[in-house]
Design a protein around this ligand. Structure first.
Ligand code: PRT
Ligand code: MG
Length: 214
């Protein structure tokens, strides 16, 4: 019986390592130097698969992985069907915000009932947020570099992840609304949870006791 954990390279991989260590699991190869997509660990029954951040929920939902770590942003956009989410891991923290060009009067546009053109990768989150506010939007779906959209006239506003705010600042954009706080969750395949219960329980419990408490 093998346990497969889906992670994405970068901050999620890096910030999951200490939690794995708490569960007595060490990954034996560095994803930044190895070309392998399946990484062995020092536990013969545990392996890590490297997938695109937005593919983690898909792998876990369909059983390509037994468990995974994914941002709440990704989880909301994907939907939570077939996924058990036992833990908020409190890692890779950031927020989803609305940002505009520094010279765009967002509050005025909203008060005037203007139709806003919004560019984002997070169309579900953005749609729900503006619907609740009663703001009419035309949504433009992008897959990256959202910051460019207001600078080129593609959109009035973007909905994107912000952590330090440095990327917005560097592109002369300002944050005008905080939509929600984001952190990453442990997600588990529901069938695996039954079939591999004892082993998965030990990993979940070890992760739970290693979560930072602040
Ligand atoms: O990069 P790729 O297209 O493969 O996928 P991805 O961008 O979804 O993956 P990755 O690894 O970049 O992000 C994985 C998860 O990390 C996200 O789903 C979030 O839950 C979480 N996270 C935490 C972040 C950030 N912080 C973050 N700052 N994801 C992205 N960013 C980006 C943001 O999009 C913006 O471009 O960093 C930039 C802003 O950072 P600051 O510090 O300048 O504000
Ligand atoms: Mg990225």
């Amino acid at each position: 019986m093998t346990i497969t954990l889906a992670l994405s390279k970068g901050r999620i991989f890096d910030e999951t390592l200490p939690l794995l260590a708490a569960a007595g699991i060490r990954v034996l190869e560095d994803p930044d130097t190895s070309r392998k997509l399946i990484l062995p660990t020092d536990q013969p029954d545990v392996r890590v698969v490297l997938v695109r951040a937005s593919d983690v929920p898909t792998y876990v939902e369909y059983g390509g992985a037994d468990l995974g770590v994914t941002g709440k942003d990704t989880l909301i956009e994907h939907g939570t069907q077939g996924l058990f989410q036992p833990l908020d891991l409190q890692i890779a923290r950031c927020r989803v915000s609305v940002a505009v060009r520094a010279d765009f009067d967002y509050q005025h546009a909203v008060r005037q009932g203007a139709r806003l053109r919004v560019a984002t990768k997070y169309t579900s989150i953005a749609r729900d947020f503006f619907a609740a506010k009663g703001v009419h939007v035309d949504m433009v779906k992008l897959y990256g570099s959202m910051e460019l959209a207001p600078l080129t006239g593609l959109a009035d506003a973007i909905v994107d992840l912000v952590s330090t705010g440095n990327t917005l600042k560097a592109n002369n954009l300002v944050e005008v609304e905080r939509i929600m706080d984001i952190s990453s969750y442990l997600v588990v395949n529901q069938a695996a949870l039954k079939l591999k219960q004892a082993r998965l329980r030990r990993i979940i419990d070890a992760f739970a006791s290693a979560i930072r408490k602040d």
